[in-house]
Design a protein around this ligand. Structure first.
Ligand code: F6P
Length: 319
């Protein structure tokens, strides 16, 4: 293998730049040429492909977003789109591809592998919802962004003696909600992976009220529904002054944390090693601090889950 490509796809996440840098530098270290594909699979179809040098990835390790830009691409879900992509890869003499992104990006990588094009997936998403890795690139930074926001909201919640419902991202996964809720001592955490009863949430708020608690933080993962709906239901059922905050895309930006920079560097470099070893159709990950790889079909077939012990702990600590 002499020439590889790299792209970022789907929602951006802090640390993607560090992963691009690792792919480019590790590949050049091994004497390969690297081509950067802009705008994910959309750019691949359109041939937005440029050679990258050592300097192309200078001064980006600390920057959020992705210097390769990103996109969600419907066309690449079609056979025709995939064929166009492969034609472009061949045109540029690219023999292997590293795809950095979430599960939608992995599905594209899976298709390329099925068509016989060596592709490796690197997990980049704030949602932490990719099976086959304990952590995805960007989750830790997003978690800290959420914690910072909740700390600020807590100040005003205390001053005004209010209940705050805070909606956090995560698509169908509750990791951001669970981890930030535990880190911030939220009274209630509502995630898609665990059943909940509105009556229990209200009962918990009432118990707090009875023992003189003046403010509460309730974290709602976007996967269970709108924070505003929860806020309204609380207002209807219990006389508490309630406000709702939807944190939104602030969770996707910012300079990556040390953890994410290191994770991205390790996973990006590992992807290049695997291509050089002749591996294809696999995803890289970290499990118990060991770099691992899994067959992409197997990874995508697994169901995402949260750590239920952690969920139970959050409930025990917020009685
Ligand atoms: O997958 C990352 C993510 O930020 C999810 O948490 C969220 O549901 C989604 O992307 C938002 O997508 P968009 O940026 O297209 O609105």
């Amino acid at each position: 293998m002499k020439r590889i490509g790299v792209l970022t796809s789907g929602g951006d996440s802090p640390g993607m730049n560090a992963a691009i840098r690792a792919v480019v530098r590790k590949a050049i270290f091994h004497g390969l040429e690297v081509y950067g594909i802009s705008y994910g699979y959309a750019g691949l179809i359109n041939g937005e492909i440029k050679k990258m040098e050592l300097g192309s990835v200078g001064d980006i390790i600390h920057r959020g977003g992705t210097v390769l830009y990103t996109a969600r691409c419907e066309e690449f879900k079609t056979l025709e789109g995939q064929k166009k992509g492969i034609e472009q890869l061949k045109k540029f003499g690219i023999e292997g591809l590293v795809v950095i992104g979430g599960d939608g990006s992995y599905r594209g990588a899976q298709k390329l592998s099925e068509h016989g094009f060596p592709t490796i997936g690197v997990p980049g998403t704030i949602d932490n919802d990719i099976p086959g890795t304990d952590f995805t690139i960007g989750f830790d930074t997003a978690l800290n962004t959420v914690i910072d926001a909740i700390d600020k909201i807590r100040d005003t919640a205390t001053s005004h003696e209010r209940t705050y419902v805070i909606e956090v991202m995560g698509r169908h996964a509750g990791d951001l909600a669970l981890w930030s809720g535990l880190a911030d001592g939220a009274e209630t955490i509502i995630v898609p992976e665990a059943d909940y009863e509105m009556s229990d949430i209200i009962a918990r708020l009432k118990r707090g009220q009875e023992r003189g608690k003046k403010h509460s933080i309730i974290i709602v993962a976007e996967g269970v529904g709108s924070g505003f709906d929860f806020g309204n239901r609380i207002k209807e059922e219990i006389n508490l002054e309630t406000r709702v905050t939807v944190l939104g895309h602030i969770q996707r930006g910012g300079s990556p944390s040390g953890f994410d920079r290191v994770l991205a560097s390790r996973l990006g470099a590992k992807a290049v090693d695997l291509l050089l070893e002749g591996k294809a159709g696999v995803t890289v990950g970290i499990e118990k601090n060991e770099l691992v790889y899994h067959d992409i079909d197997e990874a995508l077939a697994r169901k995402h889950s949260i750590d239920m012990e952690m969920y139970k702990l959050s409930q025990q600590l917020s009685i």
